[in-house]
Ligand binder design. Structure first.
Ligand SMILES: *Cc1c(COP(=O)(O)O)cnc(C)c1O
Length: 443
């Protein structure tokens, strides 16, 4: 069976290679508009003075494409493949079990790799290294920190307040946890721009995503966190579209908990581990945030094989199991890209890129049924720009075929993510030329 299957697959692959159809005329037209776009002098000037322009060399990017989806899967940092090769061949293949520990005997200290990665993420989100843990997926980490928040809150507070339009996994995981807890618990969905009156005495935790995945609308984390704290409500921030996109200041805001993705703006690769943040306030000896999934790797001394769980100091207690060395190594290497990046310069450039995109798209909004849904106000914008279009799904398929890679989000959103580490203003002009060609072809 296996052989027949393998033969069929190989035959199909060969057929596909020899008979690959030429790019459709539409895709060729979009591609030509993109590669042939005239770049306005003011944009060339901005690129010439871009302090982050040198960072692009640290990424592998395909030719003939403007990749505007780093908010879904960050591009590949050049150093990562070599690191993965080394981890597989030497650390795993050669040193084998010795790699788990530190030491002269080829030890690579895999055991503490999650903590080293956490220390690289901490400055990007305004946290101390021991407040960050790197493990699991964002959804699983959301479950863990929500469970901790509900346990920390007084028993009469049994509501999780969240954005009615929050990312599905946040809603599903919160609901799943509350269903598990049973009686009296409730997920209450509200508009995060109108929280007044909702931070009531029955609310335990406020679960919000700072930057909306569809519209790119950014919330005022500092103001909302202060408002929640004043009302006795714990905050859980989802930083999926924040970490690595602009400076985040969790400690400055006084946040209690946060989660975020390793594979979006942190460029850690497909399925990269997620991170979670627990404020130092909840890591002390008294009133510590309880660890729902108290696995051995979160124990203070895993190899004591103690019968009872004693949490490790710091957020490491939330790393339940054996560190995912291969994916952690990719993320560890990817994060080195940020080592010499001024996050304020990153934010300035992100806003300049999104401002430019919005401005160049304006004439297209006048000619075609495109509606900007991303706030124009800088403070209320993340690092993406989105438009509604009645045929968004089809338009995005055309664009991707032609080399402008953004994405479509239900029901009618065209989403374009900007990554200041590897985009230039010229890329923005090229992308808009591609969008124009796609819309003209469809009209
Ligand atoms: C991408 C994203 C996630 C992803 O969750 P995973 O569990 O890592 O798949 C979670 N929350 C938000 C807001 C996201 O945009």
């Amino acid at each position: 069976m296996t052989n027949i299957h393998a033969t069929t697959t190989a035959a199909q692959t060969t057929a596909a290679q020899t008979a690959r159809p030429p790019a459709s005329p539409l895709h060729a037209r979009i591609g030509a508009a993109l590669t042939g776009a005239a770049i306005p002098a003011d944009l060339l000037d901005l690129d010439a003075h871009d302090p982050l322009a040198r960072k692009r060399e640290e990424f592998t990017l395909p030719g003939g494409v403007v990749y505007l989806d780093g908010n879904s899967l960050g591009a590949l940092p050049r150093a990562v493949p070599e690191r993965l090769q080394q981890v597989a061949a030497q650390e795993w293949g050669d040193a084998l079990i010795r790699s788990w520990s530190a030491g002269a005997d080829r030890g690579r200290d895999w055991m503490n790799l999650p903590d080293r990665v956490a220390a690289k993420i901490a400055p990007l989100i305004g946290a101390l290294p021991h407040e960050v843990a790197v493990t699991d997926t964002t959804g699983v980490n959301t479950f863990k920190v929500l469970a901790a928040a509900l346990k920390l809150a007084p028993a009469e507070r049994r509501v999780i307040l969240t954005d009615a339009e929050n990312f599905p996994t946040d809603l599903y995981v919160a609901q799943g946890l509350l269903d598990l807890l049973g009686g009296g618990y409730e997920l209450r969905r509200v508009n995060p721009d109108a929280l007044d009156g909702h931070l009531t005495a029955d609310v335990a935790a406020l679960l919000l995503t700072e930057v909306d995945y569809r519209t790119g609308r950014r919330l005022d984390m500092a103001a909302i966190t202060a408002q929640a704290r004043a009302a006795g409500v714990l905050t859980v921030w989802d930083l999926a579209h924040s970490a690595g996109a602009f400076p985040v200041d969790l400690r400055g805001a006084g946040a209690d908990f946060a989660v975020g993705c390793g594979y979006k703006f942190l460029n850690g690769g497909p399925g990269a581990p997620s991170f979670l943040f627990v404020s130092e306030r909840h890591l002390g000896n008294e009133n510590a945030a309880p660890v729902a999934i108290s696995g051995w790797m979160g124990h203070a001394d895993p190899f004591e094989m103690d019968r009872a769980f004693t949490p490790a100091p710091g957020a490491r207690r939330f790393v339940p199991g054996t560190p995912m060395v291969l994916s952690l190594s990719a993320l560890d290497s990817a994060l080195d890209v940020f080592a010499d990046v001024d996050l304020h310069a990153l934010r300035t450039k992100s806003l300049s890129l999104t401002d430019t995109f919005i401005r160049l798209m304006e004439p297209l909004c006048a000619r075609f049924p495109l509606t900007l849904v991303t706030p124009q106000e800088h403070a209320r914008r993340g690092s993406q720009v989105s438009y509604r279009h009645p045929q968004a799904r089809e338009v995005m398929a055309d664009l991707i075929g032609g080399g402008v890679i953004g994405d479509y989000r239900t029901p009618d959103i065209l989403r374009f993510g900007f990554t200041p580490l590897y985009h230039s203003h010229a890329d923005v002009a090229r992308a808009v030329a591609g969008v124009q060609a796609a819309l003209e072809a469809r009209a």
